[in-house]
Design a protein around this ligand. Structure first.
Ligand SMILES: Nc1nc2c(c(=O)[nH]1)N[C@H]1C(S)=C(S)[C@@H](COP(=O)(O)O)O[C@H]1N2
Ligand SMILES: [Mo]
Length: 523
């Protein structure tokens, strides 16, 4: 099957197909680069690349997104943007060659580019559709004009001397003119988005965040174990080291001055709370370990912080849920949703609207100005960042973002334990050394951690003092390491007597299970 793009072009024999392809790549790059600049001129206007990326994330089957996360880890977002740019460049190369002979192909493909960008903006809840239309139309036009302008320089001059004779045509001035134009296009493709980035940084909310005054202080790192162990996870994860998982390609920049939290749906009275009011009410501090359902056994998508905020129940007392209210759905400014059973807001576990994290206002990447934090359930069913509203609904038929993408609707965090030291494949000296790590069993808490070496008997580890049942607990076992290769395994038991299973399960659909094991070489 041949398409318009595949059909042999007579032009291929008269000009360099390589240069025509380059013209196409540069036209696409210039268009995308200028679109990044156009989107940044007015604060709040969309970036077509970001909107297309978010559309890809939203429309891709859940399994594809999960695969992306497992291959690229927390670099999944740069990988997606690079992927989009590569696809655009490949299409550009084909179009450059095809359009040399059939200019309408260039017009058609750039119009399609613009259309895709515009449609992506329209379905992006954070983006302004009208601005998106103007930007997409200009982007398409710039791409097409750039392509024509570059291809023009490849056209043989009409002095007749260079047409039929030579197989590789060198036309006077043509080559230099093409290179000049190509250089200009490439420069624009690099400089325009760089300026756009500078302009966007103006809209950054870091300054508003710095101005927030919380009534609480940074938690002091308490020594929970009798003997400190180098390399063990600290009890409180520093904000800068805290894992980040979300669907946002561009971190939402929410100005608290224009923000309010609304509580809607199955309530007697819809309420709306300003940020200042929320901060004033935020006097509760809760230590909570939050975890991502995508965390593999032994993985790092988990962290502990002291969260400052308002108990959700306190706000619900004002809004008064109706008898039909069964689910609490957090809705973010970027359209993400996460729902959990309403009774969890009342059963005594921490369930907060958080504005502070480890004594600071929420970092922008962790949900500034406000997010939900609930003990004992995975983040995808609870921890809505950049919270915009809370909606009370029935349970059946109303699902949060990840549920139709193949993840369980109810998702309690599973009992787990992790070996932090020694690290995998570490080479250690024979003699006494520490095996240590963290274990969690929210909301009840960890009762026991045991370690097995080379499939030997389970030996009970020393436990660190517990912050709360909703946080992880440090553990440590002194080990007299003998030379050779050894396998260390760990398991936890919770305060209700449940022992962590050794059955291996993948993260989907509701959390990984199995024992974390680490192999080491002792010299
Ligand atoms: N707005 C928004 N909130 C979100 C998500 C998201 O994609 N968008 N992801 C959730 C998931 S899956 C997890 S695990 C936690 C992670 O919170 P963190 O990035 O602060 O660690 O945020 C939750 N809140
Ligand atoms: Mo997650």
């Amino acid at each position: 099957m041949t398409s318009v793009l595949d059909a042999p072009s007579p032009a291929d024999s008269t000009a360099s197909p390589g240069r025509a392809a380059l013209a196409g790549v540069l036209a696409a790059a210039t268009a995308l680069g200028v679109s990044e600049l156009l989107g940044a001129v007015r604060a709040g206007d969309p970036s077509l690349i970001t909107s297309v990326g978010e559309a890809v994330i939203d429309l891709a089957p859940g399994g594809v997104v999960d695969a992306g996360i497992s291959v690229f880890g927390t670099n999944d977002k740069p990988a997606l943007v690079i992927g989009i740019l590569i696809v655009a460049a490949l299409i550009g190369a084909r179009v450059g060659r095809a359009a040399e002979r059939r200019p309408w192909v260039g017009a058609a493909v750039f119009t399609a580019f613009g259309l895709i960008g515009w449609l992506a903006v329209v379905r992006d809840p954070l983006a302004n559709g009208t601005a998106g239309f103007v930007i997409a139309a200009l982007t398409a036009a710039i791409g097409w004009f750039t392509l024509r302008w570059l291809l023009d320089a490849l056209r043989p001059s009409d002095d007749g001397s260079s047409t039929a004779a030579a197989p590789t045509v060198e036309y006077p001035g043509g080559r230099r003119q093409f290179l000049g134009r190509a250089g200009l296009a490439a420069g624009t493709a690099v400089v325009a988005p760089a300026i756009g980035r500078r302009l966007r940084d103006r809209a950054d909310v870091a300054a508003s965040r710095d101005a927030v005054q919380l009534a609480t202080a940074t938690p002091t790192e308490t020594a929970s174990l009798d003997l400190p162990v180098e390399g063990i996870s600290p009890l409180y994860t520093p904000n800068d080291d805290f894992y980040r998982i979300d669907t946002a390609l561009a971190i939402p920049q929410v100005d608290p001055a224009n923000w309010s939290l609304r509580i809607t749906g199955e309530v007697e009275e819809e309420i709306e709370i300003s940020f200042d009011e929320l901060v004033e009410m935020s006097v509760v501090e809760e230590d909570v370990t939050i975890a991502c359902v995508s965390n593999e056994v032994g993985g790092g998508l988990i962290g502990t912080a002291r969260w400052t905020g308002v108990p959700i129940s306190q706000l619900l007392d004002r809004a008064r849920p109706t008898a039909n209210a069964e689910q609490l759905m957090g809705i973010s400014v970027d359209g993400f949703t996460a729902g959990f059973p309403l009774e969890l807001a009342y059963d005594g576990r921490p369930a907060l609207i958080a504005v502070g994290m480890n004594g600071e206002p929420l970092p922008v990447r962790h949900g500034f100005p406000a997010r939900i934090i609930v003990g004992g359930i995975y983040g995808y069913v609870s921890a809505t960042k950049w919270l915009s509203s809370i909606r009370l609904t029935q349970w059946d038929g109303v699902d949060g973002y990840w549920i139709p993408r193949g993840w369980s609707k109810e998702a309690p965090i599973k009992i787990q334990s992790r070996i932090d030291v020694p690290r995998r494949n570490a080479a250690i000296e024979a003699g006494t050394t520490a095996i240590a790590g963290v274990a969690w069993a929210q909301p009840v808490g960890v009762a026991r951690v045991e370690v097995s070496i080379d499939d030997g008997p389970w030996q009970e580890a020393e436990l660190g003092t517990e912050l709360t049942g909703n946080t992880w607990r440090q553990w440590m076992l002194p080990w007299d390491a003998t030379s050779g290769r050894h396998r260390i395994a760990v398991r936890a038991t919770d305060l209700a007597g449940q022992v962590q299973t050794d059955a291996l399960a993948a993260p989907a659909p509701n959390g990984a299970t199995g024992h974390h094991t680490v192999d080491v070489d002792v010299r």
